[in-house]
Design a protein around this ligand. Structure first.
Ligand SMILES: NC(=O)c1ccc[n+]([C@@H]2O[C@H](COP(=O)([O-])OP(=O)(O)OC[C@H]3O[C@@H](n4cnc5c(N)ncnc54)[C@H](OP(=O)(O)O)[C@@H]3O)[C@@H](O)[C@H]2O)c1
Length: 232
């Protein structure tokens, strides 16, 4: 019998998170995929109906610190093999540091950078020691080295996510976990738009493969969905 494995996908109801959820289910894993409105998450509900109880859909809104801090307690003491904190937003349409309000930047930074690391820190004790992987859906746009300008607020939020993830990595030192900051490619989703280069299926398959290759590495790396290293 295949070994039982559990993945937690935060933001699993559409786009890349939904693709990754489908792939883990297809490989026989149990999956916990969060949604802000589980009852309205029809694609996940359909997958859950066909999953023989292997998919559950708890509610989690990453803009709510109380929900983020309380989420670990809802896992019922389960040990998780892979955590992918994938939920993210683009930020205000004007995209400009010269126009942004404190409320707009606060909301963007909280959802894209603070909440993911805060959640991961609170869950680290429930991730399997040795082979466990904690991954964050970052973006090449978070690379300071490869920053060619534009989208400055979104870039800053993903750079902050990378920095906070590295801080968490240092903090977790002795726990024998692996951290990955992932660039999923430029993907055809609501966020990436229809002219993006990569399909959800290809991005998701790449992400699932990279996450499994990284298990046991006990490193923190910045990788794209093909496993290629991205400069910090
Ligand atoms: N698409 C790309 O080309 C691309 C490139 C680089 C990085 N990324 C990153 O990849 C991740 C997924 O992007 P995507 O393209 O799949 O985007 P998407 O189709 O817009 O999906 C975004 C996901 O994040 C969830 N989310 C947003 N705000 C949330 C909140 N406050 N609490 C909980 N969940 C929330 C959404 O849930 P709702 O349905 O409830 O809104 C949805 O499940 C993001 O972190 C994004 O920054 C995407």
């Amino acid at each position: 019998m295949a070994e039982h494995k559990l993945a937690l996908i935060v933001g699993g109801n559409r786009g890349i998170g939904l693709g990754v959820t489908k792939d883990f289910l297809a490989q026989g894993w149990e999956v916990i995929a969060t949604a802000r409105q589980p009852a309205q998450a029809s694609a996940l509900q359909d997958l859950a109906s066909a999953s023989n109880g292997r998919l559950t859909i708890p509610r989690l809104d990453m803009s709510d610190p109380v929900e983020v801090d309380g989420f670990g307690a809802t896992l019922g003491g389960k040990t998780v093999d892979v955590v992918l904190v994938n939920a993210g937003i683009s930020g205000p349409a004007h995209r400009s540091a010269s126009e942004v309000t404190p409320e707009e930047i606060g909301a963007l930074m909280f959802v894209n950078a603070i909440a993911p690391v805060r959640l991961a820190r609170s869950l680290a004790g429930q991730v399997r020691s040795g082979s466990g992987v904690i991954a964050f859906t970052s973006s090449v746009m978070g690379s300071v080295a490869d920053n060619s300008g534009g989208h400055e607020l979104y870039r800053a939020s993903k750079a902050a996510l990378n920095s906070l993830s590295r801080g968490l990595w240092g903090e977790l030192g002795g726990r024998k976990l692996t951290l990955v900051s992932l660039h999923p490619g430029w993907v055809r989703t609501d966020m990436g738009g229809q002219s993006a280069a990569v399909s959800v299926d290809d991005s998701a398959a790449g992400i699932v493969s990279v996450l499994q290759q990284q298990k046991g590495a006990h490193q923190h790396r910045f990788l794209d969905y093909t496993g290629k290293e991205i400069r910090w």
